[in-house]
Design a protein. Structure first.
Length: 115
C-alpha cells in the first residue's frame, strides 16, 4: 500500500507559476516511479510528468520546457514546478505512484489558470 498526500495548487493568472508537492508513505526508492497526471472537465486523465526510481524523467509535449518534476529522497516527496501557466493547464492534478504491479493515486488538487 502507498498513501499519497498532495499539496499546492490554487488559482493563478496566465504566465504565473505554481508548485505541487506529493508526499509518499513509503520510501520513494521502493517505488517504480512517481508522477503527476491531470484531468480537465470532460477530458480523460493524461500524463503530465513522471520520474522513475532511477531519476529518469518524462514529460508530456504540452508541458515540456515549462514544468519540472523533481524529488526529495530524504522527505519521500515529489514536486512539480509549473511555470508559464496557460488556461489550458487548468485541471485537477493527481499524484501517482507505481509500486509493484499496482498504481496508487492521491486525492487530487485543483489548478486553475485565469486568462
Amino acid at each position: 500500500q502507498v498513501q499519497l498526500v498532495e499539496s499546492g495548487g490554487g488559482l493563478v493568472q496566465t504566465g504565473g507559476s505554481l508548485r505541487l508537492s506529493c508526499a509518499a508513505s513509503r520510501t520513494i526508492f521502493s517505488l517504480n516511479s512517481m508522477g503527476w497526471y491531470r484531468q480537465a472537465p470532460g477530458k480523460q486523465r493524461e500524463l503530465v510528468a513522471t520520474i522513475t526510481n532511477g531519476a529518469g524523467t518524462n514529460y508530456a509535449d504540452s508541458v515540456e520546457g515549462r514544468f519540472t518534476i523533481s524529488r526529495d529522497t530524504a522527505k519521500n516527496t515529489v514536486s512539480l514546478q509549473m511555470s508559464g501557466l496557460k488556461p489550458e493547464d487548468t485541471a485537477v492534478y493527481y499524484c501517482n505512484a507505481a509500486f509493484g504491479s499496482r498504481w496508487y493515486w492521491g486525492q487530487g488538487t485543483q489548478v486553475t489558470v485565469s486568462s
